[in-house]
Structures are given as structure tokens and as C-alpha cells.
Design a protein around this ligand. Structure first.
Ligand SMILES: [Mg+2]
Length: 246
């Protein structure tokens, strides 16, 4: 049990609010499985055309028309592109255009396909309690802010965004750098010592701790075991006690 009497709780997602397996065993396979059908249905959508041009840039071409050897959106053009996408996915390529298209596929999955993001059982109730106690609850994850908002709008426990006050991704800085945490607490208007950061990654806790935040290591089912860390450990958010709240 750790006691916290501050005004900001900053949460990591993967391994903290949600199972690590969700991204790797659900989201990425979903994007792969639905890439072909999604492109067939949305071939001429402006957002899709933008993603196609970004993919062409990733491949070293000036634009999609100059990259794709077939006339878009004919069947053979889509087959050619899907083969390229699978090749990148197999190589786990971190490319802007590919990420962009994956984001569009996931957005459609949440909005139309009934996809729901898992959160650990203690998460919804605790963030409601913290919010009601006047604590600002915010998210800091390597996934884009847009993807974070989609996730928390469509969890298995419903829409949790009414209790979340801010979202940060790596455009604000890397998760293992102290400066990122200093920037976030400044943005939230809360002193570092009144802020608590929860994550499953010791190096992220080291960085936040260096910036003056309180931290705790979250040990969820499916997380990689952490042998040595100087930080307190919790298995769930119920282990954080807030004076006057419980
Ligand atoms: Mg994590």
C-alpha cells in the first residue's frame, strides 16, 4: 500500500492500465487481417489517400501515384499494396504511413466493428474515485494521443474519457527522459512532488523520479518480471491510498 496526497496521477497504458498482449495479440493482427477489406471499402477516402502518399514517402517515392505500378484502386493495385503492407508488418517496420493506415483501420474497428479495449478491473473505479477527489488523471503512452483517446473511449468498461484530463505521447519527449515528465507536470499545472507516475517499466520510473515525481512500479499479469528496482511496487490501483478518500 502506498499513500498519495497529491493532485496529479499520470498513467502509462501497456502493462499499467491494459494488458500488454492487447496490442500485440489483438490490435496488430486485427490491422493485418483487415488491411485488404478496409482498403477495398475506403480506397478513395481522403484520409486513406493521405496514408497512401505517406507510405509512398516511406518507400522513397514522391507520391502514391508514382510508387504504385498499377492504377488505383483496381484489384491488382490493392493486392500489390497489401503485399507491401504485409512485408512491412512482418519486418515490424516503424513507418509513418503504415502507422497512419493502422490507425485508420483501428478507428473503424472501434467505431463500426465493435472492438473494445481491455482495462484491468480496478482501473475504471479508481480513476473515477481519483477524479471525484479533485485529482487530475492523465495518460502518457508511446501510442499517439489520437489512439489513446480511441482506446479510452471504447473500453470493455465503457467510455472512461470523462474522468481523464489530459493525454501525452512521445511528441512531448521520450518516456525514459526526465525532461518529458517535467514538461507534463508543468502542462498540468501541478508541482512534481504532488504528482504520481505509474508504469511497468523501471527506466520510465527512474526518469520520472529524477524529475521529482513520486512513482510506483505496476506489476500486472502478463508483464515482464522486474527483478531489481528501488521504487515501490503495486499489483493494482487499489493499493494507492489517498487520505480522506481511501
Ligand atoms: Mg508500459
Amino acid at each position: 500500500m502506498i499513500s498519495f496526497s497529491g493532485r496529479l496521477v499520470l498513467l502509462d497504458i501497456e502493462g499499467t492500465t491494459s494488458n500488454i498482449a492487447f496490442v500485440h495479440e489483438i490490435l496488430f493482427p486485427y490491422a493485418r487481417q483487415h488491411a485488404g477489406p478496409y482498403l477495398e471499402k475506403n480506397a478513395t477516402h481522403p484520409e486513406v489517400r493521405k496514408a497512401l502518399d505517406l507510405m509512398a514517402l516511406d518507400a522513397g517515392a514522391a507520391d502514391f501515384a508514382g510508387w504504385c505500378p498499377e492504377a488505383w484502386p483496381a484489384d491488382n493495385a490493392r493486392e500489390w499494396l497489401v503485399a507491401q503492407i504485409f512485408h512491412w508488418m512482418d519486418a515490424d517496420a516503424k513507418l509513418t504511413g503504415l502507422k497512419n493506415l493502422q490507425g485508420l483501420i483501428w478507428e473503424a474497428a472501434y467505431l463500426e466493428g465493435g472492438l473494445r479495449a481491455p482495462v484491468f478491473g480496478d482501473v475504471p473505479a479508481r480513476i473515477r474515485v481519483w477524479h471525484a477527489a479533485g485529482i487530475s488523471v492523465r495518460i502518457y503512452s508511446s501510442g499517439s494521443v489520437a489512439a489513446q483517446k480511441l482506446l479510452f473511449s471504447h473500453t470493455e468498461a465503457g467510455d472512461l474519457t470523462p474522468w481523464l484530463s489530459g493525454y501525452y505521447d512521445t511528441t512531448i519527449g521520450a518516456k525514459r527522459e526526465a525532461a518529458s515528465y517535467a514538461t507534463i507536470v508543468r502542462d498540468a499545472g501541478v508541482p512534481p512532488k504532488e504528482s504520481l507516475f505509474l508504469s511497468d517499466v523501471p527506466e520510465e520510473l527512474d526518469a520520472a523520479s529524477s524529475a521529482g515525481l513520486k512513482v510506483a512500479l505496476v506489476e500486472r499479469p502478463g508483464n515482464r518480471p522486474v527483478s531489481a528496482t528501488r521504487h515501490p511496487r503495486i499489483v493494482g490501483f487499489d493499493e494507492i491510498s489517498i487520505p480522506g478518500v481511501g
